[in-house]
Design a protein around this ligand. Structure first.
Ligand code: AMP
Ligand code: MG
Length: 488
């Protein structure tokens, strides 16, 4: 099997990483292989599923021309700075150049200890690996920038958490694994040279248009701010709660990374939190934009050290940071307009939407189904009953529907066509938490059918798929998942 490796990160100075090999595991077994992604990467899926391929996916065999490293990074975790994080249970095998010329990290999560491991065992448990596989691939299908899952294998070994669990390794693919925390690693050490090398590397890899600009580091900050603002707006549009938005879990490429305690909201409420460790609700649904901006302020503190004009640096940095709000608000509102079928922007759209959200919150309406059923309502008021039943007080929906129809009427246009457009932004299927848990519970009993089935349904989130209607439904009270765990 040949891999088109070109390992640019491994060529950066020693301080950026530690060279380390994955620790072999006892008995690797393939759980899932993402054949479509393999093809996009120019990898031979058949070969990956062979004994040699599985050995590579488990870290037992190093593919030719790989240069395994663990990346150094720091990070603010729940607001507190930790200078020494880094890949403690993940190893970057290398970067492959895809047939279409894109550079992608090939990374084994759960591949054994590294110099950054400190306390942990460097391993991952089956549950979190399955969760990341399902949710990251679902995000991709939902059109949200994200790291991908190429494969999952079990190791034939146990990992010890609160309980004994089967070990697993996820092969993660990303446009890179450089985080806000990677900048903090150099910034906190006052290593201006390292910081500049990192910034130049990020520009070359992710923002090549900036390379010739005189104020390229200022522009880099602006560009990362813009991508993150758009990313978080997309999360908000689908009710996604990341759960652990530490600066080491935020990429500079603008991809969602680290699916630990993440979850999708069912009943809409802005203060929804799932993560067991997030006791203050720092990373609650509605806090995500301001937390992203807080994280970007930590990035700005590092990048400022490189700004061309020292005297103007704080001002430039602040301007870039405050542009977050503008970019976020625009992306957020534009997306919400599309979700309710509006094309043109009007000043009172925000208050129309706020009215809907207030009613949803008061009535514990399912976020995903409310918007999905609005797609039918837009062209057919008799479908309103289907939306209204999602509200504890069904009559509450009518108050919104009246204003909404008046607003739609002002725009005119073909309503059935609008319904079709709405169906392309309001998913029918999201990885509902109880379905994810169900897939994990079955996998722990060696039954992978629910895992594969769920992945199949989530490949086409915007199609009705009537044969899978039960996957559209929220959890029944006894199925409801109220807390999620990192599982590290
Ligand atoms: P995470 O919560 O996955 O974002 O990880 C935060 C930090 O803890 C990173 O530096 C990880 O590499 C490290 N870490 C998490 N789990 C483990 C583990 N099982 N063994 C070693 N390091 C870990
Ligand atoms: Mg992390």
């Amino acid at each position: 099997m040949s891999f088109a490796f070109d390992n640019s990160y491994a060529r950066l100075p020693e301080s950026f990483h530690a060279r380390v090999l994955p620790t072999p595991v006892a008995a690797p077994r393939l759980l899932a292989l993402n054949e479509k992604l393999a093809a996009e990467l120019g990898l031979d899926a058949k070969a990956l599923a062979s004994a040699d391929g599985i050995a590579m996916l488990a870290g037992n065999r190093i593919p030719p021309r790989a240069e395994p490293i663990a990346m150094a990074y720091s990070g603010h975790q729940f607001g507190h700075f930790n200078a020494q994080l880094g890949d403690g249970r993940a190893i970057l095998l290398g970067e492959i150049i895809t047939p279409s010329g894109e550079r992608r990290d090939l990374h084994l999560k759960g591949a054994g200890p590294t110099p950054f491991s400190r306390r942990g065992d460097g391993r991952a448990a089956l549950g979190p690996v399955i969760r990341e596989y399902i949710v990251s691939e679902a995000m991709q299908a939902l059109g949200v920038p994200t790291t991908r899952a190429l494969a999952a294998v079990t190791t034939g070994e146990s990992v010890y958490r609160e309980e004994v669990l089967p070990g697993a390794v996820l092969t993660r693919v990303a446009s890179s694994h450089i985080r806000v925390g990677t900048f903090e690693f150099f910034g906190s050490r006052g290593d201006r040279d390292g910081l500049q090398k990192l910034a130049d590397y990020v520009i070359a890899r992710h923002y090549p248009d900036l390379a010739q600009e005189a104020d390229k580091y200022e522009k880099l900050l602006e560009a990362i701010v813009t991508r993150q603002a758009r990313l978080v707006a997309q999360w908000m549009h689908i009710g996604f709660i990341h759960g652990v938005m530490n600066t080491d879990n935020m990429t500079v490429s603008g991809e969602t990374i680290d699916y630990g305690p993440c979850a999708f909201m069912e009943a809409y409420h802005p203060s929804t939190v799932f993560s067991f460790i997030d006791r203050q609700g720092r990373y609650a649904y509605a806090n995500q934009p301001s937390i992203a901006q807080w994280n970007l302020a930590r990035l700005a503190e590092c990048l400022m050290m490189l700004f061309a004009h020292e005297a103007e640096a704080p001002e430039r940095a602040n301007a870039a940071l405050s542009s977050f709000k503008t970019h976020f608000q625009k992306a957020y509102l534009d997306g919400l307009r599309r979700k309710i079928g509006l094309r043109a922007a009007q000043d009172d759209d925000a208050s129309l939407l706020a009215d809907l959200f207030n009613r949803m919150a008061e009535n514990e309406a399912d976020f995903t189904l409310t918007f999905r059923r609005l797609c039918a309502s837009v062209a057919d008021p008799t479908a309103d009953a289907g939306v209204a039943t999602l509200f504890k007080d069904p009559s509450s929906f009518a108050g919104f529907a009246e204003k909404w129809r008046a607003r739609l009427a002002q725009e005119g246009g073909d309503l059935p066509e609008r319904a079709q457009q709405m169906r392309r932004v309001n998913p029918a299927f999201i990885p509902r938490n109880h379905r994810v848990e169900e897939a994990i519970a079955a996998a722990l009993k060696n039954d992978l059918a629910p895992f594969h089935q769920l992945n199949r349904v989530l490949e086409k989130p915007f199609e009705d798929q009537p044969e899978f209607v039960e996957y559209m439904l929220p959890a029944r009270p006894e199925e409801r998942v109220t807390q999620t765990f990192c599982g590290t």
